[in-house]
Design a protein around this ligand. Structure first.
Ligand code: E4P
Length: 215
């Protein structure tokens, strides 16, 4: 499973890259707003730090507007992936960019049928939001499993990008189901390293080493 970092904060991206396990970055308008900077500037700076897919989302709601914005975003760097909302215009824009060989990430997916539409339009990635489904009492992981089965039934090449990951259990579950990518905040990535038996075991090893070397 590939790991994408879900943020627009440059310091977090630099820290995550130094961990050696990051394959790409996703942003959305809320994450860009938190930086207080222009999307174009943030995406350009990320492209200088990360050698992998970087999702940048369009703001327009109409097809022409999405195509115009997407074309501008794609000019920033070859790794930029155009993020489009799962609407009629978003799917049509996805089909347009697919024909032009520009990578796409169809976002705000909350049902298997929506994921089917994205695959039909040749999306590079589909982003089902599992945490937001959990928030309303559904099970986000069930959606990942349904999409996995449906894509495998038909051999769709669209990659399942599990999004809105909130904790380490989400990572474990989507990895077991077979999501192609998980995008998550730095705090979630850091939580994956932790296990009390690792901490306690290391403390014991170091204490024994110290005892043996202070005789
Ligand atoms: C990523 O592409 C999504 O925009 C993001 O994972 C949403 O996460 P949230 O539901 O925690 O805001």
């Amino acid at each position: 499973m590939e790991f994408f970092l879900d943020t627009g904060i440059i310091a977090e991206i630099k820290e995550a890259v130094s961990l050696g396990i990051i394959d790409g970055v996703t942003t959305n308008p809320s994450l860009i707003a938190k930086t207080g900077r222009k999307q174009e500037d943030v995406i350009r700076e990320i492209s200088e730090i990360v050698d992998g897919p970087i999702s940048a989302e369009v703001i327009a709601l109409d097809l022409d507007g999405m195509i115009k914005e997407g074309e501008e975003l794609a000019k920033i760097h070859k790794n930029v992936v155009i993020k489009l909302p799962l609407t009629e215009a978003g799917i049509a824009a996805c089909a347009h960019f697919t024909k032009k060989g520009i990578k796409t990430n169809v976002t705000l997916c909350f049902s298997m049928n929506q994921a089917l539409l994205a695959a039909k339009a040749g999306a590079t990635y589909i982003s089902p939001f599992i945490g937001r489904l959990d928030d309303i009492g559904h099970n986000g992981n069930d959606l990942i499993a349904e999409i996995r089965q449906m894509y495998d039934n038909y051999g769709f090449k669209t990659k399942i990008l599990a999004a809105s990951i909130r904790h380490s259990a989400h990572v474990r579950e989507v990895a077991l189901i077979g999501a192609d990518v998980g995008t998550m905040p730095l705090s979630v990535i850091k939580s994956l390293y932790k296990h009390p038996l690792t901490t306690n075991g290391l403390e014991a090893f170091l204490a024994d080493h110290k005892k043996a070397n202070t005789k």
